[in-house]
Design a protein around this ligand. Structure first.
Ligand SMILES: NC(=O)c1ccc[n+]([C@@H]2O[C@H](COP(=O)([O-])OP(=O)(O)OC[C@H]3O[C@@H](n4cnc5c(N)ncnc54)[C@H](O)[C@@H]3O)[C@@H](O)[C@H]2O)c1
Ligand SMILES: CC(C)C[C@H](N)C(=O)O
Length: 363
Protein backbone atom coordinates (compact mmCIF):
# COMPACT_ATOMS: atom_id res chain seq x y z
CA UNK A 1 0.00 0.00 0.00
CA UNK A 2 1.28 3.48 -0.86
CA UNK A 3 0.65 4.96 2.58
CA UNK A 4 0.62 8.66 1.81
CA UNK A 5 -1.50 8.13 -1.30
CA UNK A 6 -3.97 6.12 0.79
CA UNK A 7 -3.98 8.82 3.49
CA UNK A 8 -4.52 11.52 0.89
CA UNK A 9 -7.34 9.60 -0.81
CA UNK A 10 -9.17 9.03 2.49
CA UNK A 11 -8.33 12.30 4.25
CA UNK A 12 -6.23 10.92 7.13
CA UNK A 13 -4.33 13.22 9.46
CA UNK A 14 -1.76 11.09 11.26
CA UNK A 15 -0.35 7.59 11.56
CA UNK A 16 1.83 6.65 14.53
CA UNK A 17 3.89 3.47 14.97
CA UNK A 18 4.68 2.60 18.60
CA UNK A 19 7.35 0.09 19.63
CA UNK A 20 8.55 -0.82 23.10
CA UNK A 21 11.31 -3.40 23.33
CA UNK A 22 10.84 -4.37 26.99
CA UNK A 23 7.13 -5.19 26.82
CA UNK A 24 7.05 -6.22 23.17
CA UNK A 25 4.47 -3.55 22.31
CA UNK A 26 3.89 -3.13 18.60
CA UNK A 27 1.00 -0.77 18.04
CA UNK A 28 -0.40 1.45 15.32
CA UNK A 29 -2.41 4.56 16.17
CA UNK A 30 -4.35 6.06 13.28
CA UNK A 31 -6.03 9.46 13.53
CA UNK A 32 -8.46 10.08 10.73
CA UNK A 33 -10.18 13.41 11.29
CA UNK A 34 -10.29 15.80 14.25
CA UNK A 35 -12.61 18.46 12.84
CA UNK A 36 -15.21 17.73 15.52
CA UNK A 37 -12.75 17.26 18.39
CA UNK A 38 -10.09 14.87 19.67
CA UNK A 39 -10.13 11.47 18.00
CA UNK A 40 -11.85 8.82 20.16
CA UNK A 41 -11.70 5.14 19.26
CA UNK A 42 -10.86 1.83 20.88
CA UNK A 43 -7.64 -0.16 21.03
CA UNK A 44 -7.93 -3.54 19.28
CA UNK A 45 -5.53 -6.41 19.99
CA UNK A 46 -5.35 -8.98 17.23
CA UNK A 47 -2.99 -11.47 15.59
CA UNK A 48 -2.47 -9.79 12.24
CA UNK A 49 -1.02 -11.83 9.40
CA UNK A 50 1.32 -8.95 8.51
CA UNK A 51 2.30 -5.47 9.68
CA UNK A 52 0.67 -4.07 6.57
CA UNK A 53 -2.64 -5.72 7.54
CA UNK A 54 -2.41 -4.11 10.97
CA UNK A 55 -1.77 -0.65 9.54
CA UNK A 56 -4.60 -1.05 7.05
CA UNK A 57 -6.98 -2.17 9.78
CA UNK A 58 -6.05 0.76 12.03
CA UNK A 59 -6.62 3.21 9.18
CA UNK A 60 -9.95 1.67 8.14
CA UNK A 61 -11.25 1.47 11.71
CA UNK A 62 -10.15 5.05 12.49
CA UNK A 63 -12.16 6.38 9.55
CA UNK A 64 -15.14 4.34 10.76
CA UNK A 65 -14.88 6.08 14.14
CA UNK A 66 -14.95 9.52 12.48
CA UNK A 67 -18.29 8.62 10.91
CA UNK A 68 -19.59 6.86 14.03
CA UNK A 69 -18.79 9.77 16.33
CA UNK A 70 -20.12 12.36 13.89
CA UNK A 71 -23.42 10.55 13.28
CA UNK A 72 -23.82 10.02 17.04
CA UNK A 73 -23.68 13.79 17.53
CA UNK A 74 -20.46 13.59 19.57
CA UNK A 75 -17.95 16.42 19.48
CA UNK A 76 -15.19 13.94 18.76
CA UNK A 77 -13.13 12.94 15.78
CA UNK A 78 -12.12 9.45 14.72
CA UNK A 79 -9.09 7.35 15.57
CA UNK A 80 -8.16 3.81 16.48
CA UNK A 81 -5.27 1.79 17.88
CA UNK A 82 -4.36 -1.72 16.87
CA UNK A 83 -1.93 -3.74 18.94
CA UNK A 84 -0.24 -6.57 17.10
CA UNK A 85 -0.44 -9.71 19.26
CA UNK A 86 -2.60 -12.46 20.64
CA UNK A 87 -4.81 -11.11 23.44
CA UNK A 88 -4.80 -14.55 25.08
CA UNK A 89 -1.02 -14.95 25.29
CA UNK A 90 0.82 -11.72 24.50
CA UNK A 91 -0.52 -9.30 27.11
CA UNK A 92 1.55 -7.92 29.96
CA UNK A 93 1.04 -4.91 32.20
CA UNK A 94 4.00 -2.99 30.80
CA UNK A 95 2.68 -3.33 27.26
CA UNK A 96 -0.44 -1.31 28.10
CA UNK A 97 1.52 1.14 30.23
CA UNK A 98 3.88 1.69 27.29
CA UNK A 99 0.90 2.28 25.00
CA UNK A 100 -0.47 4.74 27.57
CA UNK A 101 2.75 6.72 27.39
CA UNK A 102 2.60 6.92 23.61
CA UNK A 103 -1.02 8.08 23.83
CA UNK A 104 0.01 10.69 26.42
CA UNK A 105 2.61 11.89 23.93
CA UNK A 106 -0.17 12.72 21.48
CA UNK A 107 -1.29 15.34 24.01
CA UNK A 108 -5.03 14.73 23.69
CA UNK A 109 -5.29 14.39 19.91
CA UNK A 110 -6.31 10.75 20.48
CA UNK A 111 -8.30 9.12 23.32
CA UNK A 112 -8.58 5.35 23.63
CA UNK A 113 -11.06 2.77 25.01
CA UNK A 114 -11.86 -0.95 24.76
CA UNK A 115 -12.20 -2.79 21.49
CA UNK A 116 -11.92 -6.41 20.36
CA UNK A 117 -9.26 -8.14 22.51
CA UNK A 118 -8.95 -5.46 25.21
CA UNK A 119 -10.67 -5.10 28.57
CA UNK A 120 -11.38 -2.65 31.37
CA UNK A 121 -8.29 -3.98 33.14
CA UNK A 122 -6.15 -3.02 30.13
CA UNK A 123 -7.70 0.48 30.12
CA UNK A 124 -6.88 0.80 33.82
CA UNK A 125 -3.24 0.04 33.02
CA UNK A 126 -3.22 2.68 30.26
CA UNK A 127 -4.76 5.08 32.78
CA UNK A 128 -1.66 4.74 34.98
CA UNK A 129 0.20 6.67 32.26
CA UNK A 130 -2.39 8.96 30.69
CA UNK A 131 -5.80 10.51 31.26
CA UNK A 132 -6.58 10.17 27.54
CA UNK A 133 -8.38 6.86 28.09
CA UNK A 134 -12.04 5.98 28.71
CA UNK A 135 -13.93 2.80 29.62
CA UNK A 136 -11.85 2.48 32.78
CA UNK A 137 -13.27 0.71 35.81
CA UNK A 138 -11.56 2.33 38.72
CA UNK A 139 -12.55 5.52 40.43
CA UNK A 140 -15.25 8.14 40.31
CA UNK A 141 -16.80 9.15 37.03
CA UNK A 142 -15.84 6.06 35.05
CA UNK A 143 -18.08 3.89 32.89
CA UNK A 144 -16.32 0.52 32.56
CA UNK A 145 -17.01 -2.07 29.88
CA UNK A 146 -19.03 -0.48 27.03
CA UNK A 147 -20.55 -3.75 25.70
CA UNK A 148 -23.84 -3.79 27.69
CA UNK A 149 -24.54 -0.22 26.65
CA UNK A 150 -23.73 -1.03 23.03
CA UNK A 151 -26.38 -3.76 23.36
CA UNK A 152 -28.95 -1.23 24.58
CA UNK A 153 -28.26 0.89 21.50
CA UNK A 154 -28.62 -2.11 19.19
CA UNK A 155 -31.93 -2.98 20.82
CA UNK A 156 -33.28 0.56 20.37
CA UNK A 157 -31.96 0.78 16.80
CA UNK A 158 -33.48 -2.60 15.96
CA UNK A 159 -36.86 -1.38 17.19
CA UNK A 160 -36.56 1.68 14.94
CA UNK A 161 -35.72 -0.59 11.99
CA UNK A 162 -38.72 -2.79 12.84
CA UNK A 163 -40.93 0.31 12.80
CA UNK A 164 -39.66 1.13 9.33
CA UNK A 165 -40.09 -2.42 8.02
CA UNK A 166 -43.27 -3.55 9.76
CA UNK A 167 -44.96 -0.24 10.67
CA UNK A 168 -44.69 -1.08 14.39
CA UNK A 169 -41.62 -1.15 16.62
CA UNK A 170 -42.75 -4.07 18.77
CA UNK A 171 -40.40 -7.07 18.66
CA UNK A 172 -42.90 -9.35 20.43
CA UNK A 173 -43.26 -12.60 18.47
CA UNK A 174 -40.69 -11.46 15.91
CA UNK A 175 -38.14 -14.13 15.00
CA UNK A 176 -34.60 -12.80 15.24
CA UNK A 177 -31.53 -14.67 13.97
CA UNK A 178 -28.48 -13.64 16.00
CA UNK A 179 -24.99 -14.36 14.65
CA UNK A 180 -22.49 -14.52 17.53
CA UNK A 181 -23.68 -14.46 21.15
CA UNK A 182 -20.68 -12.77 22.75
CA UNK A 183 -20.49 -9.73 25.04
CA UNK A 184 -22.85 -7.45 23.12
CA UNK A 185 -25.26 -10.03 21.73
CA UNK A 186 -25.88 -11.85 24.99
CA UNK A 187 -27.20 -8.64 26.57
CA UNK A 188 -29.09 -7.88 23.37
CA UNK A 189 -30.74 -11.31 23.63
CA UNK A 190 -31.80 -10.46 27.19
CA UNK A 191 -33.66 -7.38 25.92
CA UNK A 192 -35.19 -9.30 23.01
CA UNK A 193 -36.25 -12.24 25.17
CA UNK A 194 -37.75 -9.85 27.70
CA UNK A 195 -39.87 -8.30 24.94
CA UNK A 196 -41.11 -11.70 23.74
CA UNK A 197 -39.03 -12.19 20.59
CA UNK A 198 -38.18 -15.70 19.37
CA UNK A 199 -34.43 -16.19 19.08
CA UNK A 200 -32.33 -18.27 16.72
CA UNK A 201 -28.63 -18.19 17.61
CA UNK A 202 -25.29 -19.38 16.32
CA UNK A 203 -21.68 -19.04 17.45
CA UNK A 204 -18.39 -20.81 16.83
CA UNK A 205 -18.19 -21.06 20.63
CA UNK A 206 -20.55 -23.90 21.56
CA UNK A 207 -20.63 -22.87 25.24
CA UNK A 208 -21.93 -19.42 24.23
CA UNK A 209 -24.69 -21.05 22.18
CA UNK A 210 -25.64 -23.36 25.03
CA UNK A 211 -25.86 -20.43 27.43
CA UNK A 212 -28.32 -18.65 25.11
CA UNK A 213 -30.37 -21.81 24.57
CA UNK A 214 -30.71 -22.31 28.32
CA UNK A 215 -31.33 -18.66 29.23
CA UNK A 216 -33.68 -17.66 26.42
CA UNK A 217 -35.04 -20.90 24.97
CA UNK A 218 -33.20 -19.93 21.77
CA UNK A 219 -33.00 -22.34 18.84
CA UNK A 220 -29.39 -23.20 17.98
CA UNK A 221 -28.28 -23.54 14.34
CA UNK A 222 -24.94 -24.19 12.66
CA UNK A 223 -22.86 -21.13 11.75
CA UNK A 224 -23.46 -21.46 8.01
CA UNK A 225 -27.24 -21.89 8.50
CA UNK A 226 -27.87 -18.53 10.15
CA UNK A 227 -28.31 -16.55 6.91
CA UNK A 228 -31.12 -18.69 5.49
CA UNK A 229 -33.36 -18.80 8.55
CA UNK A 230 -37.09 -18.06 8.21
CA UNK A 231 -36.79 -15.00 10.41
CA UNK A 232 -37.95 -11.37 10.49
CA UNK A 233 -34.61 -9.85 11.50
CA UNK A 234 -30.96 -10.83 11.03
CA UNK A 235 -28.62 -9.47 13.72
CA UNK A 236 -24.92 -9.81 12.73
CA UNK A 237 -23.06 -9.54 16.06
CA UNK A 238 -19.80 -11.35 15.31
CA UNK A 239 -17.81 -10.43 12.24
CA UNK A 240 -17.54 -7.84 9.50
CA UNK A 241 -18.23 -8.39 5.77
CA UNK A 242 -21.06 -10.88 6.40
CA UNK A 243 -23.41 -9.11 3.97
CA UNK A 244 -21.88 -10.24 0.71
CA UNK A 245 -22.48 -12.03 -2.62
CA UNK A 246 -22.81 -15.44 -0.94
CA UNK A 247 -25.10 -14.45 1.94
CA UNK A 248 -27.49 -11.93 0.36
CA UNK A 249 -29.30 -14.53 -1.83
CA UNK A 250 -29.90 -16.64 1.30
CA UNK A 251 -31.58 -13.89 3.34
CA UNK A 252 -35.32 -14.21 3.99
CA UNK A 253 -35.48 -11.40 6.56
CA UNK A 254 -36.95 -7.91 6.21
CA UNK A 255 -34.39 -6.23 8.52
CA UNK A 256 -30.63 -6.39 9.07
CA UNK A 257 -29.66 -4.80 12.40
CA UNK A 258 -26.73 -5.91 14.55
CA UNK A 259 -23.58 -4.83 16.35
CA UNK A 260 -20.76 -5.96 14.06
CA UNK A 261 -18.58 -3.26 12.52
CA UNK A 262 -18.28 -3.09 8.70
CA UNK A 263 -21.14 -5.51 7.97
CA UNK A 264 -21.30 -4.69 4.25
CA UNK A 265 -18.45 -6.38 2.40
CA UNK A 266 -18.63 -3.68 -0.28
CA UNK A 267 -20.89 -0.64 -0.67
CA UNK A 268 -22.68 -2.41 -3.54
CA UNK A 269 -24.02 -4.91 -0.99
CA UNK A 270 -25.81 -2.03 0.74
CA UNK A 271 -27.31 -1.14 -2.63
CA UNK A 272 -28.48 -4.73 -3.06
CA UNK A 273 -30.25 -4.75 0.33
CA UNK A 274 -31.93 -1.48 -0.61
CA UNK A 275 -33.11 -2.85 -3.97
CA UNK A 276 -34.47 -5.97 -2.25
CA UNK A 277 -36.46 -3.82 0.19
CA UNK A 278 -34.50 -5.09 3.18
CA UNK A 279 -34.25 -2.41 5.86
CA UNK A 280 -30.59 -2.05 6.85
CA UNK A 281 -29.73 -0.19 10.07
CA UNK A 282 -26.24 1.21 9.27
CA UNK A 283 -23.69 -0.56 11.49
CA UNK A 284 -21.76 2.40 12.79
CA UNK A 285 -24.93 4.19 13.82
CA UNK A 286 -26.73 1.32 15.53
CA UNK A 287 -23.55 0.19 17.34
CA UNK A 288 -22.57 3.64 18.63
CA UNK A 289 -23.94 3.04 22.15
CA UNK A 290 -20.54 2.00 23.51
CA UNK A 291 -18.72 5.07 22.28
CA UNK A 292 -21.54 7.39 23.37
CA UNK A 293 -21.27 5.85 26.83
CA UNK A 294 -17.48 6.07 27.20
CA UNK A 295 -17.45 9.59 25.72
CA UNK A 296 -19.57 10.73 28.64
CA UNK A 297 -16.56 10.07 30.91
CA UNK A 298 -14.86 13.02 29.25
CA UNK A 299 -17.38 15.39 30.86
CA UNK A 300 -17.69 13.47 34.18
CA UNK A 301 -19.64 10.26 33.70
CA UNK A 302 -23.36 10.51 34.39
CA UNK A 303 -25.04 7.18 33.70
CA UNK A 304 -28.58 8.52 33.29
CA UNK A 305 -27.42 11.15 30.80
CA UNK A 306 -25.32 8.64 28.86
CA UNK A 307 -28.12 6.06 28.61
CA UNK A 308 -30.60 8.72 27.48
CA UNK A 309 -28.24 9.63 24.65
CA UNK A 310 -27.81 5.97 23.75
CA UNK A 311 -31.59 5.55 23.58
CA UNK A 312 -31.50 8.42 21.06
CA UNK A 313 -30.08 5.89 18.56
CA UNK A 314 -33.74 5.04 17.91
CA UNK A 315 -34.39 8.55 16.53
CA UNK A 316 -31.07 8.72 14.68
CA UNK A 317 -31.90 5.49 12.83
CA UNK A 318 -35.35 6.82 11.91
CA UNK A 319 -33.73 10.06 10.72
CA UNK A 320 -31.42 8.05 8.47
CA UNK A 321 -34.36 6.19 6.94
CA UNK A 322 -36.03 9.57 6.34
CA UNK A 323 -32.90 10.90 4.56
CA UNK A 324 -32.75 7.67 2.55
CA UNK A 325 -36.33 8.20 1.32
CA UNK A 326 -35.95 11.96 0.82
CA UNK A 327 -32.80 11.62 -1.27
CA UNK A 328 -33.59 8.24 -2.87
CA UNK A 329 -30.38 6.61 -1.57
CA UNK A 330 -29.65 3.43 0.42
CA UNK A 331 -29.54 3.79 4.21
CA UNK A 332 -25.75 3.31 4.44
CA UNK A 333 -25.28 6.29 2.12
CA UNK A 334 -27.81 8.30 4.13
CA UNK A 335 -25.76 7.64 7.29
CA UNK A 336 -22.58 8.82 5.54
CA UNK A 337 -24.42 11.94 4.37
CA UNK A 338 -25.58 12.73 7.91
CA UNK A 339 -22.02 12.35 9.25
CA UNK A 340 -20.30 14.21 6.42
CA UNK A 341 -22.75 17.12 6.51
CA UNK A 342 -22.21 17.55 10.25
CA UNK A 343 -18.42 17.52 9.87
CA UNK A 344 -18.62 20.04 7.03
CA UNK A 345 -20.92 22.38 8.94
CA UNK A 346 -18.86 22.30 12.15
CA UNK A 347 -15.64 22.56 10.16
CA UNK A 348 -16.89 25.69 8.40
CA UNK A 349 -17.96 27.23 11.72
CA UNK A 350 -14.55 26.53 13.25
CA UNK A 351 -12.56 27.95 10.36
CA UNK A 352 -12.73 31.55 11.62
CA UNK A 353 -9.54 32.87 13.20
CA UNK A 354 -9.04 32.53 16.95
CA UNK A 355 -5.94 33.81 18.67
CA UNK A 356 -3.86 31.20 20.49
CA UNK A 357 -0.44 31.19 22.08
CA UNK A 358 1.35 30.50 18.80
CA UNK A 359 -0.46 33.04 16.67
CA UNK A 360 1.28 36.07 15.25
CA UNK A 361 -0.52 38.46 17.64
CA UNK A 362 -0.10 36.38 20.81
CA UNK A 363 2.42 38.69 22.45
N1 LIG B 1 -18.28 -4.39 22.51
C1 LIG B 1 -18.71 -3.22 22.08
O1 LIG B 1 -19.04 -2.32 22.85
C2 LIG B 1 -18.84 -3.01 20.58
C3 LIG B 1 -19.12 -1.72 20.11
C4 LIG B 1 -19.28 -1.54 18.73
C5 LIG B 1 -19.15 -2.60 17.87
N2 LIG B 1 -18.87 -3.85 18.36
C6 LIG B 1 -18.76 -4.96 17.42
O2 LIG B 1 -19.75 -5.95 17.72
C7 LIG B 1 -19.25 -7.25 17.46
C8 LIG B 1 -19.35 -8.11 18.70
O3 LIG B 1 -18.60 -7.51 19.73
P1 LIG B 1 -18.44 -8.23 21.15
O4 LIG B 1 -17.77 -7.25 22.03
O5 LIG B 1 -19.74 -8.82 21.56
O6 LIG B 1 -17.39 -9.37 20.77
P2 LIG B 1 -17.27 -10.82 21.37
O7 LIG B 1 -15.95 -11.33 20.93
O8 LIG B 1 -17.61 -10.86 22.82
O9 LIG B 1 -18.44 -11.63 20.62
C9 LIG B 1 -18.35 -12.06 19.30
C10 LIG B 1 -18.91 -13.49 19.26
O10 LIG B 1 -18.93 -13.89 17.89
C11 LIG B 1 -18.51 -15.24 17.85
N3 LIG B 1 -18.05 -15.56 16.48
C12 LIG B 1 -16.85 -15.30 15.91
N4 LIG B 1 -16.82 -15.75 14.65
C13 LIG B 1 -18.05 -16.29 14.41
C14 LIG B 1 -18.66 -16.89 13.27
N5 LIG B 1 -17.99 -17.07 12.14
N6 LIG B 1 -19.94 -17.30 13.37
C15 LIG B 1 -20.62 -17.15 14.54
N7 LIG B 1 -20.10 -16.58 15.64
C16 LIG B 1 -18.84 -16.16 15.57
C17 LIG B 1 -17.45 -15.36 18.90
O11 LIG B 1 -17.24 -16.70 19.30
C18 LIG B 1 -18.04 -14.49 20.01
O12 LIG B 1 -18.84 -15.23 20.91
C19 LIG B 1 -17.81 -7.05 16.95
O13 LIG B 1 -17.84 -7.00 15.54
C20 LIG B 1 -17.43 -5.68 17.49
O14 LIG B 1 -16.45 -5.03 16.70
C21 LIG B 1 -18.72 -4.07 19.69
C1 LIG C 1 -14.64 3.65 21.95
C2 LIG C 1 -15.11 2.25 21.90
C3 LIG C 1 -16.16 1.99 22.87
C4 LIG C 1 -15.38 1.89 20.49
C5 LIG C 1 -16.03 0.57 20.20
N1 LIG C 1 -15.10 -0.53 20.29
C6 LIG C 1 -16.62 0.69 18.80
O1 LIG C 1 -16.22 0.03 17.86
O2 LIG C 1 -17.54 1.46 18.65
Amino acid sequence: MELFTYMEDHDYEQLVLCYDKTSGLKAVIAIHDTTLGPALGGARMWTYASEEDAIEDALRLAKGMTYKNAAAGLNLGGGKTVIIGDPKTDKNDELFRALGRYIEGLNGRYITAEDVGTTEYDMDLIHLETNFVTGISSGEGTSGNPSPVTALGIYKGMKAAAKEAFGDDSLKDKTIAVQGVGNVAYTLCEYLHEEGAKLIVTDINKAAVQRAVEAFGATAVETDEIYSQEADIFAPCALGAVINDETIPQLKVKVVAGSANNQLKEPEHGNRLHEMGIVYAPDYVINSGGVINVADELIGYNEARALKRVEGIYDTILKIFAISKRDGIPSYQAADRLAEERIARVGATRSTFLRNEKSIISK
